[in-house]
Structure formats: structure tokens, C-alpha cells
Design a protein around this ligand. Structure first.
Ligand code: ADP
Ligand code: MG
Length: 140
């Protein structure tokens, strides 16, 4: 039997009026794969990610995560974490705690979060919050 895919995007279309922000996008991601979506500005990357995360409903097509369609499933019930471009990080947490936040929300044990976030246990205790942005400095 074929292994269940982590992600299966099928003929995904998002229309704004007559304009298609994504137009019949299809691809599959095998279990455990690390992948990137590359393309010029305006080609539909953010629209695609937002549909996978559940913030935008597709006009047509399907999204299967580990074999199950997530169409109609709200963002907080999808096994997807998204880090937005516009610095939507928790400033009172360290970088590591921001990275591990999705696991914490899922109820993963602290030792396991530390291991998966930092590669070793108990490292989180030494962490400092994110530095405050300095006025007049562009965000990286
Ligand atoms: N809410 C919207 N209404 C109308 N057009 C949109 C909307 N969101 C995105 N688009 C258009 O869809 C296309 C893809 O946008 P986007 O997914 O943000 O591209 P990318 O992230 O690859 O730069 C762009 O032409 C953009 O102008
Ligand atoms: Mg974008």
C-alpha cells in the first residue's frame, strides 16, 4: 500500500472576481519531507499557504493533510503552523519559545518540546525574550 502523503493539493483555485490568484495548483508532499514554494512576487504563494492553513477558503479544489480533506476545517483545528511575514511573533517569548509554541498548544510535554525545538532537553530555561525593535530600524 502507498504511504500516506503529508500534503496533497488538488486543482486548487482561488478567484477574486475573474482573477485567479491560484489557478489549478496541484502537488504532493511525501511524509516527512522538507519543502519550499518558490516563485516571483504575485504568483500566489501566500494565497496558497493561507489556504493550506485555513485562513482562506479555496474557490475550488481540495487540500488533503495526511490523507484527509481539510476543506471547511478552521485554522486552529488543522495540524498547520504558519509564521507570518509581518513579524507576528510573541515578543515576551524567546525565539525558541516562539518556535515551540505550536507544540505547546498541542499539549506536547515540555521535555519533548525542548528536544524538538533546541535539539536537547532543558535548554529553554536559559532563554531570553526577543529584543525590542528599535525605533527607526527596519525589520529584518
Ligand atoms: N484579497 C485579494 N483580492 C484580490 N487579489 C488578491 C487578493 N490577495 C491576493 N491577490 C492577488 O493574487 C495574486 C497572488 O498574490 P499572493 O498570493 O500574495 O502572491 P505571492 O505571495 O506569491 O507574492 C496577486 O496578483 C495578488 O494581487
Ligand atoms: Mg507572499
Amino acid at each position: 500500500m502507498a504511504e500516506i502523503l503529508d500534503l496533497d493539493v488538488r486543482n486548487l483555485v482561488k478567484r477574486y472576481g475573474s482573477f485567479a490568484a491560484t489557478d489549478e495548483v496541484s502537488f504532493t508532499i511525501p511524509k516527512g519531507a522538507f519543502f519550499s514554494i518558490l516563485g516571483p512576487s504575485g504568483c500566489g504563494k501566500t494565497t496558497l499557504l493561507r489556504m493550506i492553513a485555513g485562513f482562506i477558503e479555496p474557490t475550488s479544489g481540495d487540500i488533503l493533510i495526511t490523507g484527509r480533506s481539510v476543506i471547511g476545517v478552521p485554522p486552529h483545528r488543522r495540524p498547520v503552523n504558519i509564521v507570518f511575514q509581518n513579524l507576528a511573533l510573541f515578543p515576551m517569548m524567546s525565539v525558541g519559545q516562539n518556535v515551540g509554541y505550536g507544540l505547546r498548544r498541542r499539549g506536547v510535554a515540555r521535555a519533548e518540546i525542548d528536544k524538538r525545538t533546541f535539539g536537547r532537553p532543558a535548554a529553554a530555561r536559559r532563554h531570553r525574550p526577543l529584543p525590542r525593535p528599535r525605533p527607526g530600524r527596519a525589520a529584518a
